[in-house]
Design a protein around this ligand. Structure first.
Ligand code: 8NA
Ligand code: MG
Ligand code: MG
Ligand code: MG
Length: 361
């Protein structure tokens, strides 16, 4: 049946957790071995395994949990509270594979008692700010908490949640794109019989919004510093989405392109620009069969294809599977995959709490 909203909320957060936990064993594999990936995913899908191996989550989920907790407890956005939760969680449990530079933001936030939650991030990378995917990888609960917000307010909220650590326009715009990809997924109803949906119209909705967002933020950032930006696109995320659109206009092209080739075209690294569009591609790719991996389950296809890109697999897997979970719903996610994830029950509870919060409004 068509997944109802609470199942889409669950699908989103549970999907994100699965992508993180099952993607992290391959983080940095570039390219990823076809047979290793095939054997791994096949094994995790085994219905009655002798033992169920649990995979730990990484920074992606640690920060997602902090955002959930801040929204659930305060029922509003408070940048200082969020900054504090990120930092205290990092101090409590630092070995989760955090980005190499974001930990300096946590140190500065702690040192200044979170008084100016956006200031430390602005000093990163000689003042250019981080363009890493750390803002995007944790944005899923923002799309859930802000489900009823007008689109402009959701855009501002997701940007602000990212700017606590990522002040580069490609860092926060990547987070905004991931948030919008979840929002559009929650509002797309796939066919009950074969999970199909209109890929072109989904992409058009994202392209239209990103075009406006990027043009605005380019004008803001480039005032007085035009020269710095002369050689780069004003709308890099929009350009990537248009590239994806062109690929999906040709059925044979989609089937031809392997994960490795898509990684070459769209990227697979820790920058938001070279990972968020790749995650979105992986979700859209789930509408078609995967070569040499026999499943009709669109969530499993998303997981498989997103990991096949290699590189930053935990994060690309997490971003892709959260969009897929929001789109196809919790019931499509195989139960056995959930059992492989640390803290699965807590994540389901957070999804339900966020749902209860929006359903009251
Ligand atoms: P971040 O802000 O430290 O950025 C990640 C990396 O991107 C930095 O360490 C830099 O190498 C590079 N970078 C970002 N902005 C700039 C810039 N303006 N100029 C030059 N280089 C820049 O951390 P983050 O939170 O964005 O990172 C998220 C990623 O880190 C996620 O994929 C997550 O899973 C994790 N991760 C960790 C490792 C690891 O080695 N532990 C590997 C991959 C990913
Ligand atoms: Mg990670
Ligand atoms: Mg990691
Ligand atoms: Mg990662």
């Amino acid at each position: 049946s068509v997944a109802n909203l609470v199942n889409r909320f669950r699908g989103c957060l549970v999907g994100g957790l699965i992508g993180d936990c099952l993607g992290s064993p391959f983080e940095g594999d570039n390219p990823i071995s076809r047979s290793v990936l095939y054997n791994f995913v096949t094994k995790q899908l085994e219905e009655s395994p002798k033992t169920v191996q649990t995979f730990p989550y990484t920074d992606d989920t640690a920060m997602t949990k902090s955002i959930c907790e801040s929204f659930i407890q305060l029922k509003q956005f408070d940048a200082k509270d969020m900054a504090k939760r990120f930092t205290l969680e990092y101090i409590r449990d630092p070995k989760r594979g955090y980005g190499g530079n974001v930990i300096d933001v946590f140190a500065a936030l702690n040192h200044t008692h979170f008084e100016e939650p956006y200031s430390p991030a602005r000093l990163q990378f000689n003042g250019s700010g981080s363009y890493g995917n750390g803002g995007a990888m944790r944005t899923n609960p923002v799309a859930l908490f802000g489900y009823h917000l007008p689109i402009d307010e959701l855009i501002e909220l997701s940007g602000n949640c990212a700017k606590i650590t990522h002040s580069n326009r490609n860092g926060y715009n990547g987070a905004i794109l991931q948030c919008l990809a979840v929002r559009e997924a929650l509002n797309t109803i796939p066919s009950q019989t074969d999970h199909s949906f209109d890929v072109n119209s989904y992409l058009n909705r994202l392209i239209e919004k990103m075009q406006t967002i990027e043009t605005k933020s380019y004008e803001k950032v480039s005032i007085g510093s035009k020269a710095t930006f002369n050689d780069v696109s004003e709308t890099p995320f929009t350009d990537k989405l248009n590239k994806i659109k062109t690929i999906f206009e040709s059925e044979s092209k989609v089937s031809e392109l392997s994960g490795e080739m898509v990684a070459h075209i769209l990227g697979n690294d820790v920058s938001a620009l070279k990972s968020v569009p790749s995650a979105i591609y992986s979700v859209l790719r789930s509408q078609k069969a995967i070569e040499n991996f026999d499943t009709t389950n669109p969530f499993v296809r998303t997981l498989y294809f997103s990991l096949s890109l290699g590189g930053d697999t935990d994060t690309i897997g997490s971003m892709a599977c959260s969009i897929a979970g929001a789109l196809y719903g919790y019931e499509v996610i195989p139960n056995i995959l959930q059992k492989h994830c640390e803290d699965i029950h807590l994540i389901v509870k957070y999804a339900d709490d966020l749902y209860n919060n929006v359903s009251k409004n």
